[in-house]
Design a protein around this ligand. Structure first.
Ligand code: ATP
Ligand code: MG
Length: 596
């Protein structure tokens, strides 16, 4: 690796060094982490109580919980006290509609204060919340409402009209549709969210809630196939709380911004639950991505901790290259910013260093999945960053690298002994179940759930390398890894090398079958603004990659494509690049960005 390790500075707020972390890790237990939360007065555990009521009970009712920035940059605030009242009202609304324990409540909303009310009120009522991405078309919306047995849906008139109205007859379980904002009276079969809210009482006692009660249903991103509905329980809040402290360095005085859409697990776990449980002020941005707007929010809202994704960072990198000039970021006062983290896809080393140069802070990559429910492996606050690495397992997380057996199933090598202590190994990342936010099943798909475990390990489907010091490096999804002339090639390594070329904005790499090599590496590349595709550039990029990666790993072919297919959560859909290349069926495209 030619990237240098970025050492931790000693900025205020940065917790212990690695030795302290190792100590914390050795004494950490989830049951101890559980004691840092309040629990319900009569026993049990409920996410809504931990996220809001706990703070109001501690006298923090006047603290700003949400700072909402509208599309036209108007800012409004909601305090913890107001949020407590609103969520209680919504819990009463659900109760009055006969929606109760375990019933599924879906949201189809952008980032707005009502989303927070609906999510927390649903959890308070011990119903189950399932967030949908508001840019989904009618098919994926219907598919998920059906799969998730939706009883209630909270949405807006415009979204309902476009995506749900003419599907109602095929969704007999969907009894209640609540329309946020105006328009309910013109839409048969719907109710006004606002009217119901103003009629409801703002006092509500949480019914008994077992930590094992289902709380959240999350559909995966669909990067590798049909999205799966992962079941999470109230106990997950223990993990959200602990991991946000370790991996995001959240402290009560922080102003925190998570750019993930609430339709994905990141936008829920770390956009809503974790920051509120920590009692911080959360920036809620209703607008769309725009480099200027984002720098403005970071500056004007005095954001101190920022959680975003590689795809977003790459967009910022396009707008503000490392080579400068830094006019755009310098136009805003980013001095409050002290911690940046990223998740969702591998973070190219280039992006980590870009953060250091342009924003004055490196980006801390971390790894987790819808299934794991919380951050598992991270370049956490206390450890040095190794650019391009996912980091190290958080306290309470036991990770291992497993080898593929002959029959294709992952087996633990060494006669059942894990490779935890062996340096520099490569294989499938596996996790020892037992952390609180571990998914409890795929809805209506026990077989798929059971197939995710072997010999007491949860198999993540991701291939990784663990270096001699215990840092994990993403190699690729098991489905995406390329076998070429006897080598196993991770697309990420090739993509990252290409991205170091100043002309390249993004890259997606696949294997194309080849009679001699088995597969050869083919790269699809999008270019920085103002740079045109040409045969010369293609030759230059091929040579550039060859110099960096060597002939066995470097791409043999490069195609230029300014619109790399991505999931709505921002991941390059290599399976679609491959299917298109090979003329194969494209499979489930419900999460493809730009699809209806
Ligand atoms: P599906 O399971 O439906 O194919 P998905 O796996 O993309 O979709 P998510 O649960 O949203 O759905 O994403 C988790 C996956 O994203 C991980 O398994 C991993 O492949 C990838 N990922 C997340 N964070 C990182 C990271 N920091 N580095 C590398 N890969 C990451
Ligand atoms: Mg997955």
């Amino acid at each position: 690796m030619h990237w240098e390790t970025i050492s931790k500075d000693t900025a205020p707020g940065v917790p212990p060094n690695l030795a302290d972390y190792e100590r914390a890790r050795s004494v950490f237990t989830w049951s101890q982490a559980r004691t840092e939360l309040a629990g319900l007065p009569g026993g049990g555990l409920n996410i809504a109580h931990e996220a809001v009521d706990r703070h109001t009970a501690a006298g923090l009712g006047d603290k700003v919980a949400l700072r909402c920035v509208t599309r036209d940059n108007a800012v409004s605030t909601v305090t913890y006290g107001e949020l407590a009242h609103r969520m209680a009202r919504f819990a009463n609304v659900l109760r009055s509609l006969g929606v109760g324990h375990g019933d599924r409540v879906f949201t189809l909303l952008g980032r707005c204060p009502e989303l927070y009310t609906a999510v927390l009120g649903t959890l308070k009522n011990t119903s189950v919340l399932c967030p949908l991405f508001s840019a989904f078309g009618p098919d994926p919306v219907e598919q998920r409402l059906r799969l998730g047995d939706a009883r209630a849906l909270v949405t807006t008139a415009a979204l309902y009209r476009r995506k749900v109205a003419d599907r109602r007859t095929s969704l007999p379980l969907l009894e209640h549709v609540l329309i946020v904002g105006p328009g309910a009276e013109e839409l048969p079969g719907t109710l006004s969210f606002d009217e119901l809210m103003s009629a409801a009482s703002d006092s509500f006692t949480i019914p008994p809630t077992s930590p094992e009660d289902m709380a959240l249903l999350h559909f995966t991103s669909g990067t590798t196939g049909t999205p799966k509905g992962a079941i999470h329980v109230h106990e997950a809040v223990v993990a959200h709380h602990a991991t946000a402290a370790y991996a995001l360095d959240l402290h009560p005085q922080d102003v925190y911004w998570c750019t993930a859409d609430p339709g994905w697990v990141t936008g829920m776990s770390y956009g809503i639950v974790a920051p509120l449980v920590h009692g911080v002020t959360v920036v809620v941005d209703e607008g769309d991505y725009d480099a200027r707007r984002w720098y403005r929010i970071l500056g004007e809202q005095r954001v101190s901790v920022w959680y975003t994704a590689p795809t977003a960072l790459r967009m910022l990198m396009r707008a503000t290259p490392r080579e400068g000039p830094y006019d755009l970021p310098r136009a805003y006062d980013l001095s409050a910013l002290r911690f940046i983290a990223s998740v969702g896809e591998p973070l190219n080393p280039e992006a980590v260093v870009w953060g250091q140069d342009v924003l004055g802070l490196p980006v801390h990559d971390n790894w987790w999945q819808t299934e794991t429910g919380c951050i598992m492996i991270a370049n956490f606050a206390a450890c040095d960053i190794r650019p391009g690495s996912m980091g190290r397992p958080l306290p309470g997380v036991e990770a291992a690298v497993l080898k593929q057996g002959e029959d294709g199933r992952a087996l633990i090598t060494d006669g059942g002994v894990t490779e935890v202590d062996r340096p520099d190994v490569e294989g499938e990342l596996a996790l020892r179940p037992g952390w609180p936010s571990m998914f409890r099943g795929y809805l209506h798909d026990k077989e798929r759930y059971d197939a995710s475990f072997a010999d007491g390990w949860y198999l993540t489907g991701d291939l990784v390398r663990r270096d001699a010091d215990g840092w994990y490096w993403f190699v690729g999804r098991a489905d995406d890894v390329i076998k070429s002339a006897g080598h196993l090639i991770g697309p990420f390594e090739v993509e990252s090398a290409l991205m170091e070329h100043p002309a390249v904005a993004e890259a997606g790499v696949i294997g194309r079958p080849d009679p001699v090599a088995g597969n050869v590496v083919k790269a699809f590349v999008s270019l920085r603004p103002g740079i045109g595709a040409s045969p010369d550039l293609e030759r230059e990029l091929l040579a550039f990659a060859r110099r960096r990666l060597g002939p066995a790993v470097a791409p043999r072919e490069i195609a230029f494509d300014q619109n790399l297919p991505k999931t709505r959560s921002g991941k390059v859909m290599r399976r679609l690049l491959r299917a298109r290349e090979l003329g194969l069926p494209t499979g489930d495209l419900s999460t493809l960005e730009g699809s209806a």
